[in-house]
Design a protein around this ligand. Structure first.
Ligand SMILES: [Zn+2]
Length: 285
């Protein structure tokens, strides 16, 4: 078969997980799942369950409960964006409850896209955010109208990362800033865990990028990569345990998860950095 991202021949099997094959394309250094789910199946993933931890092993323990920690992570990312583009119109693709946009100052005109209408109903973004409920490829915003655009953990959820990057490039002004956050398949931590790495969760994640492969993809789609960051991240003890359940046998993790979920200790923050999640900052050429 040919690579669905770069069309080169010769993707080879890395391992099987959750009933899917994970294949690696040696040409573009990107891994992907086979079979690739259809558009309907992908859309069906982002029900409220995904954000509330009811669907075991996927998504978030409770996205809203993480907001204080997410705000810290988002504020530091916002500062880096502002070091390149200090103000203007910003679009957050996959904005969820608008937490990233809320962490930015009032000198930004804030726009968000979120595919989960259920989430928007349950946890609506703040009033200052103009939200489009739907698919980024159907977003009606004017071309060349944004100063900054963010894709945090989005590209691995969509059928065509290339199409989304083309759309992002079209929406940005020339010189506008793109920020892309993804798990880094080529990181030491990912290599250490192999197929148990918590980012390898077919069919939620369809693609697994390396830092080099992702940088090259951005360059091909009209961006100049300026900076790569492995940010420390804050998360609650509950979310850490939830994520650990991807890696360790459930009988080791589940008792602690049940013990701490909903308690004050479970809401305590942990700062960690496995250096396995990379944020690329790139300028639209
Ligand atoms: Zn490829």
């Amino acid at each position: 078969m040919n690579c669905p991202l770069c069309a080169a021949q010769g993707p080879r099997r890395m391992f099987d997980k959750n009933g899917y094959q994970v294949l690696l394309c040696p040409s573009c250094d990107t891994a992907f799942i086979d079979p690739m789910p259809g558009e309907e199946a992908i859309r069906g993933t982002y029900t409220l369950d995904y954000f509330k931890g009811n669907r075991s092993k996927f998504g978030y323990a409770d996205y809203s409960a993480e907001s204080a920690f997410l705000a810290k992570n988002f504020a530091s990312r916002g500062k880096i964006i502002e070091s390149f583009v200090p103000r203007g119109r910003i679009l957050d693709v996959g904005c969820a409850n608008g937490a990233f946009l809320a962490a930015l100052g009032p000198h930004w005109e804030k726009h968000g896209i979120e595919v989960s209408t259920e989430l928007l109903k349950d946890s609506p973004p703040p009033k200052e955010v103009a939200v489009f409920a739907g698919d980024v490829l159907e977003y009606p915003g004017a071309e060349g109208s944004f100063d900054a655009l963010t894709l945090f953990e989005v590209l691995d959820h969509v059928r065509s990362p290339r199409a989304v990057l083309k759309k992002a490039r079209a929406l940005l002004k020339p010189g506008g800033l793109l920020s892309v956050l993804q798990g880094d398949r080529s990181s030491f931590f990912a290599g250490l865990l192999g197929s148990r790495w918590y980012i390898y969760i077919p069919p939620t994640h369809l693609w697994y990028f390396s830092r080099a492969g992702l940088s090259r993809l951005l360059e091909q789609e009209g961006f100049e990569v300026l900076r790569a960051e492995y940010e420390p991240r804050w998360a609650s003890l509950t979310l850490c345990l939830f994520r650990l359940s991807y890696i360790l046998p459930s009988f080791l993790v589940d008792p602690f998860y049940r013990l701490f979920k909903g308690t004050r200790l479970g809401e305590a923050g942990i700062r960690f950095n496995f250096r396995d999640v990379v944020t690329l900052y790139a300028r639209a050429r």
